[in-house]
Design a protein around this ligand. Structure first.
Ligand SMILES: [Zn+2]
Length: 149
């Protein structure tokens, strides 16, 4: 997801800009995201832009017990700094980390948030996917429980 910064970088430090997330706006390849909602606050800081996200996602998943499809709701909250290239130029120790997986920078007055979302989904997805906490597992035609691991 690319977000245009508009005039934010020309604004005074501390200036905030709000982006409301559309229901189909967040796309991350590995996950089947059905809907999204929430906010992204952008704040101009001397290093670039501080990005604070609060997002609710509904992700199509398969239950680990009954194997049925269900929608896993997850809540993401994250804080990321997207560095300005001018700032990186003056801070070579930061510039050396530019290829790291959790290092973000501003490109063409835009920020690319997909990798941050991807990392946050991985952290917040439950280890065991359950359609509900009391899921009884796979039931056969007689409604007997055959899988209750
Ligand atoms: Zn289930």
């Amino acid at each position: 997801m690319l977000l245009q910064l508009g005039d934010l970088l020309k604004s005074a430090t501390g200036t905030k800009k709000l982006h409301n997330i559309y229901y189909d706006e967040i796309i991350v390849d590995e996950f089947n995201i059905i809907s999204s909602s929430g906010v992204i606050w952008l704040t101009k800081i001397n290093m670039g832009v501080w990005v604070n996200t609060k997002i609710q996602l509904s992700i199509a998943s398969n239950c680990d017990r009954c194997l049925e499809k269900y929608n896993q709701e997850i809540h993401l909250e994250s804080d990321d700094i997207f560095y300005h290239f001018d700032y990186l130029g003056k801070n070579p120790e930061l510039y050396d980390r530019i290829d790291g997986p959790e290092f973000f920078y501003i490109k063409d007055n835009m920020i690319e948030l997909t990798e941050s979302f991807r990392q946050n989904i991985l952290v917040n997805m439950p280890i065991k996917l359950l359609c509900n906490l009391n899921c009884q597992g796979i039931k056969n035609k007689n409604n007997r429980i055959t899988n209750t691991k």
